[in-house]
Design a protein around this ligand. Structure first.
Ligand code: V55
Ligand code: FE
Length: 492
């Protein structure tokens, strides 16, 4: 087996681990709230074999699914397993990498032509009693939520026509419906987007296709009570570039961004396009919501460029980390108008990984959380993840349903420590704010790390962890997570 590339994507905390775990009866320190009983699922990329190309990066890593369970007796279990995708199994059988560059099948070994090359590494999505490991370049893989065994590629019982399903879905907590889309729905660099609605029982109720203004990295989207909102930012794909062995994505600073808005149960022919600024990019949206006047607000962690150097640099964009700037940004549109331009308002700090309680999805929402960098950090941050530096401050924002939200709480980590994205755990009393659960990584020496799960009061994040679990294993940085309450697992 070859060596992993000597790049930041494979060193330090980003060094591949490649181990499956099944650790039982871990001690929970502190006061674990009675409401925090269930499983915290996480998706993480961890390449089993050294890549074929040294330019490879985080996003190609084989998906692993991880489960931290808080048990009835107050202990915790931690398990982690590879998602046994067709790609993982083919490479395992060969004992080496056979799939080439990120999302470029033209760079694959001829022996795997036509084999599903998705890596199921981005989000564990829980809906209708199923756990799906999703990645935006393909269909998800269904895994057993208890054993983490892979069941197989999932196509909604044969109903899904799109070849892809996004890793960022939205669930309306009131109706239980799952809203998702797939882009490049019929092949590499295609403009076709499939917009899908799934009933609470898991039945695919509708799948409609439309054309995006250009083929863009559509990583996330939002719903509101009446609309579906599709943002298009100018990180673009090109079939000729792929055929020539190039990168899937280039960022194009001179191209306009767009927000497509349609009635969420409507026909895709009703989409109206609103123009946004040139060159901007967002990976994640906090929420979308309609105010009393019927105006539609779309709240995203927006940057002036693509946050990933491995996207910028092949595009010819060379900038230092200090020049990548952003803010929690609101785009407001009138969905009853015929289109036009978005009205942009800065409503919060720079950062990413926005989190809201599930019950606020698509609704007017009072508060949310996000990760950011502590400007007063006294020492080095933790170098890890696809950007190269981990977020080290958790923020709470209140007044999200007003024109001027405010940062109302913060929890900063010490130097050389970083956050993975939290999940929100609801309180039994819906008037209470619930809890945040997340993994903190800390570097304690040369290539030495500790990993802890923290439980924080969502109403008082500044107080720090009320409970912690030390995870006695080496963990790789997570992408996204999902919380599934014990009652839901017991109902299986
Ligand atoms: C992202 C992550 C992906 C991907 C595209 O975080 C974008 C953003 C882990 O995979 O394929
Ligand atoms: Fe994401």
């Amino acid at each position: 087996m070859g060596a992993f590339p000597q790049s930041i994507y494979f060193q330090g905390l980003n060094e591949p681990v490649g181990q499956e775990f099944d650790l039982r009866g871990l001690r929970v320190e502190g006061d674990l709230p009675a409401e925090v009983r269930g499983s915290f699922y996480r998706a993480l990329p961890d390449p089993a074999f050294a890549p074929m190309f040294d330019s490879d990066h985080t996003l190609s890593g084989d998906g692993m699914v991880s489960r931290l369970s808080f048990n009835a007796d107050g202990t915790a279990d931690f398990a982690q397993k590879y998602v046994e995708t067709a790609r993982y199994l083919a490479e395992k059988a060969a004992g080496k990498a056979l799939f080439g560059k990120y999302r470029n099948p033209f760079t694959d070994d001829a022996s795997v032509a036509g084999v599903d090359r998705t890596v199921a590494n981005t989000t564990p999505v829980w809906h209708a009693g199923r756990l799906l490991m999703a990645k935006e370049d393909g269909r998800p893989y269904q895994v057993d939520p208890i054993t983490l065994e892979t069941i197989g590629s999932y196509d909604f019982g044969g109903a899904l026509k799109s070849e892809t399903m996004t890793a960022h879905v939205r669930i309306d907590a009131a109706t239980g419906e799952l809203f998702f889309y797939g882009y490049e729905a019929d092949g590499q660099a295609s403009t076709k987007v499939a917009y899908c609605v799934v009933a609470a029982d898991g039945t695919l109720k509708s799948e409609q296709w439309f054309d995006a203004p250009y083929c863009a990295m559509m990583h996330d989207f939002t719903i509101s009570e009446n609309y579906a909102l599709f943002p298009i930012y100018p990180t673009t794909a090109d079939l000729d570039r792929l055929k020539a062995g190039g990168e899937h994505w280039h960022h194009e600073p001179e191209l306009d961004s767009w927000l497509g808005v349609m009635p969420r149960y409507g026909d895709v022919s009703e989409i109206k396009w609103f123009k946004g600024p040139k060159g901007c990019h967002s990976y994640h949206m906090m929420n979308a919501w309609e105010d009393a006047d019927g105006m539609l607000h779309f709240d995203a962690c927006l940057n002036n460029t693509n946050a990933f150097a491995f996207v910028r640099e092949p595009s010819g964009i060379f900038m230092g980390p200090q020049d990548v700037v952003g803010a929690l940004t609101r785009w407001t549109v009138d969905p009853r108008s015929e289109g036009g331009e978005v009205t942009e308002t800065i409503i919060g700090p720079p950062g990413d990984f926005p989190v809201i309680p599930a019950r606020f999805q698509g609704k007017r929402y009072p508060f949310g959380f996000m990760l950011s960098m502590n400007p007063a950090l006294q020492g080095p941050p933790l170098f890890a993840g696809p950007v190269g530096v981990s977020f080290n401050m958790l923020l709470r924002l209140d007044g999200m349903d007003t024109p001027a939200p405010q940062v109302s709480g913060a929890l900063a980590l010490p130097p050389m420590a970083g956050y993975n994205e939290p999940v929100h755990v609801p309180a039994a009393d819906p008037a209470k704010d619930g809890w945040l659960v997340f993994i903190v990584d800390q570097q304690t020496g040369d290539n030495q790390f500790i990993h802890e799960a923290w439980v924080v009061d969502a109403g008082n994040i500044g107080a720090g962890a009320v409970a912690k679990v030390h995870i006695p294993a080496r963990l790789r940085p997570q992408v996204h997570g999902w919380w599934v309450a014990q009652a839901q697992l017991e109902a299986l």
